[in-house]
Design a protein around this ligand. Sequence first.
Ligand code: ADP
Ligand code: MG
Length: 159
Amino acid sequence: MPAPQSERSGKVGISDESHIVSVRKAVRSVSKWLGFNDTEVTRIVTAASELARNVDRYARRGEMHWRVMNDGGNSGLELVFEDEGPGIPDVEQAMAPGYSTSRGLGLGLPGAKRLMDEMEIQTEVGKGTRVTVWKWRVGGVANKPVVSKAGSMMEVGIA
Ligand SMILES: Nc1ncnc2c1ncn2[C@@H]1O[C@H](COP(=O)(O)OP(=O)(O)O)[C@@H](O)[C@H]1O
Ligand SMILES: [Mg+2]
C-alpha cells in the first residue's frame, strides 16, 4: 500500500517470523514512494529484511519505525529496528562478517551497513538493541545525516 502524501513515518511490529514480510512490504512501498530506483529499493529492502530477521531471531519481538527525512531538495529514509532483547555484548565482533551466535551466515549486520549509507547500533546487554540505518535519495558522503549523541536525528547536514 503506497504511503499517502501526508504520511511521513510509521511502524511495523515484529513479533512473529511472518512479520518480516510485513517489514519488507512497508519498506518497499515507502522506498518506491520516495523515488528510489529499483536497485536502491532492493538494497534497502534487503537490509531491512536482515535487521527485522535479527529482531525476530534474537529478541523475539520488537518494532521497525520508518521515517522520511527531508532537507531542501534531498530526501531520504530512516529505518529504526528496536527491541528489548538480550542486547549485543560486543558490537565490533557482531559487525565482523561471518560472526554469528546462531550458526547463521553472520552477514546480516555487515551486509545492512554496506547496503545503506549509514548505520548506527545502540545496545545494552539485558536491555535491548536499536539499529538505525539511513539511505539518501541523493546519496553520497556530502549528504549524510547528523546524529546527536543520544542517537536521534537532530538535523540533516550537508557537509
Ligand atoms: N537485535 C539483536 N539482538 C541481539 N543480538 C543481535 C541482534 N542482532 C544481531 N545480533 C547479534 O549479532 C550477531 C551477528 O548478526 P548478523 O550479522 O545478522 O548475523 P547472523 O544473524 O547470521 O548471526 C548475531 O549472531 C547475534 O549474536
Ligand atoms: Mg542476522
